[in-house]
Design a protein around this ligand. Structure first.
Ligand code: GN1
Ligand code: MG
Length: 578
């Protein structure tokens, strides 16, 4: 009793230093909280409290990453991580909102008590000396991030839960750290780099000795990792210009690429922090505007390029071309390439070990991509609402679940039970020391798939992992980016946004493909779509920005543009356009 009173006092006095701005109503959106940074200290402090409670309940460390990802530099945000390294479980999003939105300190304490009651939690824990509770905290490069990380620390510390400040990390590194750091150990960033680099080296070296096509550059050579200004290198898939969005991906990719020296990875990094974070650069800009990012004007028309976003959990590839536009290789195409790679690697496995592969997309996936996956590759495709929390959950249904949003956010998930079977098979093969070339090839395939499960961050989409996956896949097939672009032709599409007075008036259904409310909007969209050859369009309120998003595709770019413009006007008409 006495200690729970002390805890209440500690929480009250800590909360007094983090008062919520009056009228600010944060809500847990597509990927946590985002807003202008000065609004956020109370929200982040309360997230610190929430994740400390979650950690005490599960008796395992949780994580908090301070980032607003692809948003402009003045914004910030917070992403919350389960002990498994996955995103905060959906059922706790409402708890997060009830803490974050409490108007006063007393209201916050009442919301906190209600959370404990609802989850049947008694604080403080009975055996705290044995506790594995803790909160790992990391942040991106925004100037506001260290201050917000401190708010998270104070929140967790108010409950007596130890915090571990991991400093500057990409979002996926923090997820990886939470999942992979054993109780009582400290996260060592080198372990992360070593795991990715080791898996990459294994996959490209085996490619050179038989598992697939010869690497396009002829095999291992010294790496050339440089920043803006290096002379261009020959155009092979292992030579990439990387737009780092002026974010945290730049130093981290530099460190990773340095470890890929022996495996012949040549990266030329641009937008490494000299300009504005996500300012006319980065994965979101390139994917939505379809324009060359600032800083890459010097890249030749046929150079392979890619762009990370501000917290390096997304990546898209592109070839600049000669005109204003570029050839974009987006998340849909990464999913297709990942599926081809998995099928290539699994081809030599015995039938019983062949993985059931499935792909998860959102409504933003290009219709041509979905057709390629279902018709050419004959893979099952599931569609979920926007936000990787939805895709990630659906991908768990497969032995190998490949999920990507069109914007390049995604990963390849291996089911733990399938990995176990693979490991047993590889182990048995190694022990048997079999000379039979069919069995030797099968064992090598098993090893490759195991290496792929290490190369690809299993907790969340990771631009660094996916960069290496794409290079591995292209090298094994001996493909250029143009070869990859040729597997199907995208239907012309257009994305736009519209401001309305209150975007929450739009309620969607059927994985966001239809509008349920306002009632008159969907019939109007249907009529516009029916008039456009091969037309498809949908609208939804953004979960990260105060806008309604509009997507349209059609047989020609003009038709897609016209359909998007018409649907945008319908949104304004029926949903209170400004
Ligand atoms: C169309 C689009 O790209 N939407 C993005 C964007 O969400 P919105 O809810 O659409 O704002 O940010 C999310 C978080 O990064 C990402 O998961 C999602 O795909
Ligand atoms: Mg991001």
């Amino acid at each position: 009793m006495a200690s729970s009173l002390r805890l209440d006092d500690a929480l009250r006095s800590a909360a007094q230093a983090y008062l919520k701005p009056p009228g600010f109503r944060p809500f847990y959106g597509t990927a946590g909280y985002r807003a202008l940074a000065p609004l956020l200290p109370s929200t982040v402090f309360r997230c610190g409290v929430l994740m400390a409670v979650r950690s005490l309940l599960l008796d395992a460390p949780t994580g908090i990453c301070i980032t607003a990802s692809h948003n402009p530099a003045p914004d910030n945000g917070v992403k919350l991580v389960e002990p498994t390294g996955e995103m905060l479980t959906r059922s706790w999003e409402a708890h997060a909102d009830s803490l974050a939105c409490a108007e006063s300190t007393e209201a916050f304490l009442a919301a906190f008590a209600a959370l404990l009651e609802a989850e049947g939690i008694v604080l403080p824990p009975s055996s705290s000396s044995q506790s594995h509770a803790g909160v790992y905290i990391a942040h991106d490069t925004r100037p506001s991030s260290p201050g917000l990380a401190e708010a998270a620390r104070v929140g967790a510390a108010a409950l007596g839960v130890p915090t571990h400040d991991l400093g500057l990390l990409t979002t996926p590194q923090l997820h990886w750290a939470v999942a992979r750091t054993a109780p009582g150990e400290h996260f060592n960033e080198d372990d992360y780099f070593a795991e990715l680099a080791g898996a990459y080296a294994a996959l490209v070296s085996r490619a050179a000795t038989g598992g697939g096509a010869e690497p396009a550059d002829g095999g291992a050579e010294p790496a050339d990792v440089s920043v803006t200004g290096r002379a261009p290198l020959p155009s092979t898939p292992t030579v990439l210009h990387v737009d780092c969005a002026n974010g945290v991906g730049a130093p981290k990719l530099l460190a990773l690429a340095d470890r890929c020296t022996a495996a012949g990875l040549h990266l030329t990094l641009h937008n490494t922090g000299e300009g504005a974070l996500n300012g006319r650069c980065g994965a979101d800009f390139v994917q939505k505007a379809r324009l060359l990012p600032d800083g890459l004007e010097g890249a030749g028309p046929s150079y392979p390029c890619c762009s990370l976003d501000g917290d390096a959990d997304r990546i898209v590839f592109f070839v600049p071309g000669t005109g204003a536009g570029l050839t974009l290789l987006d998340g849909d195409r990464i999913a297709a390439l990942a599926a081809l790679l998995c099928a290539d690697l699994a081809a030599a496995l015995p039938r019983g070990l062949s993985p059931a592969i499935g792909v998860v997309q959102t409504a933003y996936a290009n219709g041509a991509a979905t057709r390629y996956l279902t018709e050419a590759l004959r893979l099952p495709v599931t569609v979920t609402p926007t936000g990787v929390k939805h895709l990630h959950a659906a991908a768990h249904a497969h032995d190998v679940g490949i999920y990507f949003e069109a914007n390049g956010h995604g990963t390849v998930l291996f089911a733990p039970a399938y990995l176990l079977r693979l490991k047993e098979f590889v182990q048995a093969g190694a022990n048997a020391d079999d000379e039979d070339p069919t069995i030797a090839r099968a064992v090598e395939s098993g090893r490759d798939l195991l290496a792929l499960s290490l190369l690809v961050n299993q907790t969340v989409g990771d631009a660094l992992s996916i960069l290496l996956l794409v290079v591995v896949a292209l090298r094994r097939r001996g493909w250029t980016l143009e070869d990859w672009a040729g597997i199907y032709r995208d239907l012309p599409s257009r994305q736009s946004v519209r401001s309305v007075a209150d975007r929450s008036v739009i309620v969607t259904a059927d994985a966001e493909r239809r509008v349920a409310r306002p009632a008159a909007l969907q019939p109007a969209i249907d009529a516009a779509v029916a008039a456009a050859p091969q037309g498809r369009a949908f609208v939804r309120p953004s979960g990260t920005e105060d806008v309604v998003r509009i997507y349209a595709e059609a047989a020609t770019q003009e038709d897609a543009d016209a359909l998007a413009a018409e649907v945008s006007d319908l949104v304004a008409l029926h949903a209170g356009g400004l």
